[in-house]
Ligand binder design. Structure first.
Ligand SMILES: Nc1ncnc2c1ncn2[C@@H]1O[C@H](COP(=O)(O)OP(=O)(O)O)[C@@H](O)[C@H]1O
Ligand SMILES: [Mg+2]
Length: 554
């Protein structure tokens, strides 16, 4: 029951009543005051609202208008708290709180249902975010193994190739073995599986495939010891099957497949392969690229086979997440067959707006509702339009940001993060467009690092090439000028095996660091917007606008 407390002279602290983690008191005139708190103390506006309710209960006469004033007054505090949260956003989904920030991408349902097995996307398009989201689905009847190939010694796998097959197929059997072993290891955890079966499986498959993939692979591929498993028919204890040491890979896989088909329940089993591209650079350097590609093709084939055999009758869902440029390099007669189960992660401006709206709302309140886009923009920015570099027409601030991106969530996050950091540094309540030039600087150097990261494998001296562009001092340039700068660079540095100029331009065009500028049109042609576009050396080249500040071109 609510009951008003007597308020004496001076100030009275409401014992046990706090607003947003702060003690509050009521002055003689009935005004409610909050004691000072460190920014970020307020857990959520939900807490805040319920505390306000408690105050109203204690002080039924505190006018509602006044409570509104507290909300208004708190907005400075909330904005700071909000900026602090945004400034901590991560550019890698693996480092983030997926439960809080994951925004449902188009096609997610088909990935979850097992219709899609291949998720293809550019770097930063959200592959790991989807993988992390699926990891978060774990429950009593949903099991997930996420196999990351970050710093994975690929040589371990190369060694295992089954030389009785032709190139990619020699790895297919190994991959199927890994997928089936992962499923067996999940069955061990599943309470719904006959304990006699899972106990027996535990003897061979209770291993930490996720954290110790290399070790697990040597364990599951260890042919020195035989494996004893329950048979596929009759009572579990009466029929055991033994896989002797010298059983061929294919036979081992067939036996595991039979065991799984016989004993698997209707739970969902996901086996995720992410970060397969982590070692792509190294692979180019040590020139084992074809082996690496054979390995990947083998994985695609294995996934296709497993889907075909187990995906329909059972909920076995292997999913590969792969960078688009690498996927495009895979050559195999079966590639057409994979298309039906493949999905490309692509983002349009409205979808990125949806993502920004969702994430900004979640940054404000972890469990709160989604707030309208205009309202969020109004709270973040002093004005919702800005002039873009000398252009007469004004554009929406979000559109201005989008123009600096490669239409990937990572860019939006990076830009907003820099905005929040600057607002915190400058102690401003909102971001004004005249702060954009500083934001652009920080954002641009991050984008340049990312380009360098992507291209360095193919072009180790890519940073020096950016310096050549920087010295040209203009966004739109002629290829002949760029070529003479490039030629002098090669001459002065005497690089071994320097690549031909055309190849360099093609690589830079491929990653959208540069585009073409057709003379008769104002539109610029970048690969990220026109995936089928080819570079045209007869036109001018154009540097991506997001890169300009990092090249000291303004
Ligand atoms: N659907 C999404 N919802 C929320 N954030 C996302 C989503 N997709 C990507 N992001 C964010 O974008 C950034 C890059 O995504 P990430 O999954 O790491 O890219 P990729 O693995 O494709 O290189 C991360 O900060 C991630 O949290
Ligand atoms: Mg990733």
């Amino acid at each position: 029951m609510c009951r008003g407390l007597p308020v004496g002279g001076g100030q009275a602290t409401l014992r046990g009543t706090t607003i947003g983690g702060r003690d509050c008191y009521v002055d003689r005139g009935g005004g409610v005051h909050l004691n000072q708190m460190a920014s970020g103390d307020m857990k959520s506006s939900g807490d805040f609202a319920s505390s306000i309710e408690r105050v109203i209960c204690h002080f039924p006469l505190v006018p509602l208008l006044f409570v509104r004033r507290i909300f208004g007054g708190a907005s400075v505090m909330t904005n700071r708290h909000w900026f602090e949260e945004i400034s901590k956003w991560k550019l890698e989904a693996a480092d983030e709180d997926s439960q809080r920030y994951f925004y449902e991408v188009q096609g997610l349902q088909s990935i979850q249902s097992g219709e899609t097995s291949y998720v293809i996307g550019r770097k930063g398009s959200g592959k790991t975010a989807v993988a992390e989201h699926i990891r978060g689905l774990r429950s009593f009847d949903t099991f997930v193994r996420s196999l990351s190939f970050k710093s994975f010694p690929f040589n371990e796998l190369y060694k295992l190739s089954d030389s009785s097959f032709t190139s990619p197929s020699q790895y297919t059997t190994i991959w199927k073995h890994i997928i089936y072993s992962s499923i067996c290891s999940m069955m061990v955890e599943n309470q719904a599986i006959d304990p006699a079966i899972s106990a027996e499986m535990a003897r061979h498959f209770a291993m930490d495939i996720e954290r110790g993939l290399a070790r697990s692979i040597s364990k599951i591929s260890d042919r020195s010891g035989g494996v004893t498993l329950f048979g596929t028919g009759g009572s579990a204890s009466s029929k055991t099957i033994v896989i002797p040491n010298d059983t061929a890979w294919q036979d081992r896989v067939n036996i595991l497949e039979d065991v799984i088909i016989s004993h698997l329940d209707s739970s969902k089993y996901y086996v995720l392969f992410d970060e397969l591209d982590e070692d792509y650079k190294d692979v180019l350097e040590v020139d084992t690229s074809s082996q690496y590609f054979d390995l990947l093709i083998g994985l695609f084939k294995a996934t296709h086979d497993v889907r075909r055999k187990l995906g329909r009758s059972l909920n076995v869902r292997p999913i590969i997440f792969l960078r688009q440029d690498i996927y495009e390099l895979l050559r195999d007669n079966d590639k057409n067959k994979w298309r039906d189960a493949a999905m490309t992660l692509e983002w349009s401006e409205p979808q990125l707006r949806g993502l920004a709206t969702f994430r900004l709302s979640r940054a404000l309140d972890e469990n709160g509702p989604e707030i309208g886009f205009p309202k969020l923009m109004g709270n973040l920015f002093t004005t919702d339009t800005t002039r873009a570099g000398g252009a007469r027409a004004k554009r929406h601030v979000f559109h201005y940001i989008i123009a600096r991106t490669l239409m990937r969530p990572r860019d939006i996050i990076s830009y907003m993060r820099e905005c929040a950091k600057l607002a915190l540094d400058e102690r401003t309540e909102k971001i004004s467009p005249n702060m954009f030039s500083d934001v652009n600087k920080a954002y641009s150097s991050r984008l340049r690092e990312e380009f360098v990261d992507e291209m360095q494998g193919a072009v180790p001296y890519i940073n020096e090439i950016f310096e050549v562009l920087s010295r040209m001092r203009k966004q739109i340039f002629s290829f002949s000028e760029f070529k003479s700068g490039y030629d002098s660079l090669i001459l002065s540095k005497q690089f071994n095996n320097a690549l031909p100029f055309d190849t360099i331009c093609n690589i830079m065009f491929h990653y959208s660091a540069i585009g073409s500028q057709p003379s008769q049109r104002s539109a610029k042609i970048f690969k990220y917007q026109y995936p089928n576009a080819k570079i045209n050396f007869n036109e001018n080249g154009v540097i991506h606008i997001g890169l300009l500040q990092s090249l000291q071109i303004n």
